[in-house]
Ligand binder design. Structure first.
Ligand SMILES: [Zn+2]
Ligand SMILES: [Zn+2]
Length: 344
């Protein structure tokens, strides 16, 4: 099979690899679409330590079942499927308590980080255990389905955030996860939703997806402009979907006393937190790791049109152009949400 292999820092080679072996519980999937995640773009540089070469990346994908393992029930060759990126074990303490995203034996498709190597979907075939796969409704395209993994994180962020009907919510960062969070908190019954981002095109998308107010960040008066929208006390809940110092500061400052701050962005691994502001104002912090059971829900929500992921597809590409596409995206100058590799 053709595979786009990360063979060293900043290097991607289109190589001929054997079709992967699959176990009794696995699906062998012929890949039809695979999106490039921001973590892949950072990962191919070698700096994150989570794409140790050689690795076939790609954890946001969909395709057609080519073959199933002996013990697999519920899937057969020809099924159109998409799959979550977290491979969980089903028998550790966390899995048994339904916290699959926190599985002690957690692996991620398309990631190699020292203790394991699990090849992903930037190749003609990929193998995943059947319990992370979901059958696709007929009206869902492969490219749309490739975006479900990301969208499910936005759903999980919304699920983690305690919300009452008519609450005021601020979403910081209008990337794909922030924009899905926005739509999900709308579905949960938020009253007023305010979105802030640096890029006006993303704010336009946010308005299209149901934001009541958008506030362009940058400028020293950002907090005042946000408070004009939330009221002087700030927001009942804030979802932070960027993860750099200035956006974390903004998110905390606009959370009202007793409010909730949900942290899903983590661009920089370490930031400073205003401890006094959290302690003395009794802010509740919620971390968000991938998704936990929202993947299948997300398939239905996207297929039924209640969550819109279509505008996240910025462009389509071919595996053959992988090196050039990654080099371009790594420079990060474009306002690109998702490039999707498509296959014949
Ligand atoms: Zn991803
Ligand atoms: Zn487990």
């Amino acid at each position: 099979m053709k595979a786009l292999v990360n063979t060293g820092p900043y290097v991607l080679q289109l190589q001929d690899w054997p079709i992967p072996d699959y176990g009794p519980q696995d699906l062998l999937i012929r890949v039809k679409a695979c999106a490039i995640c921001g973590s892949d773009i950072k990962g191919y540089s070698g700096k994150t330590g989570r794409r140790q070469p050689p690795i076939i990346m790609g954890h946001e994908a969909a395709g057609v079942v080519e073959a199933v393992g002996d013990e697999v029930k519920g899937f057969r060759p020809g099924d159109r499927v998409c799959f979550d990126s977290t491979v969980y074990c089903l028998h550790c303490e966390y899995c048994l308590s339904g916290q699959w995203n926190l599985c002690s034996n957690r692996q991620v498709v398309g990631v190699s980080e020292g203790t394991y190597r699990r090849h992903g979907a930037m190749a003609e075939y990929v193998v995943v255990p059947h319990w992370i796969a979901v059958k696709m409704p007929d009206n869902l395209s492969f490219a749309q389905a490739a975006l479900i993994e990301t969208a499910a994180i936005g759903l999980h962020a919304a699920n983690r955030t305690p919300l009452k009907l008519n609450d005021t919510v601020v979403v910081v960062g209008a990337g794909a996860v922030g924009l899905v969070s926005l739509q999900a908190i709308r579905l949960k019954g938020a009253g007023k939703v305010i979105v802030t981002d640096l890029a006006e095109p993303r704010l336009a998308l946010a308005r299209q997806m149901g934001a009541d107010v958008t506030v362009r960040s940058g400028g020293s008066d950002l907090l005042e402009r946000l408070r004009e929208a939330t009221g002087p006390e700030g927001a009942d809940a804030v979802i932070e979907a960027v993860g750099v110092q200035p956006t974390i500061d903004t998110a905390l400052a606009i959370t009202r006393k007793g409010g909730a701050l949900t942290l899903v962005g983590n661009v920089t691994p370490r930031v400073e937190l205003d401890l006094q502001s959290i302690v003395s104002r009794e802010i509740s912090l919620y971390g968000v790791c991938a998704s936990n059971g929202e993947y299948a829900d997300c398939v239905e929500l996207v297929a039924s049109g209640r969550i819109n992921v279509d505008p996240f597809i910025s462009e389509y590409a071919r595996l053959e152009d992988g090196q050039a596409v990654f080099d371009r995206l790594y420079k990060g100058v474009e306002d690109n949400l998702r490039t999707v590799f498509v296959f014949d």
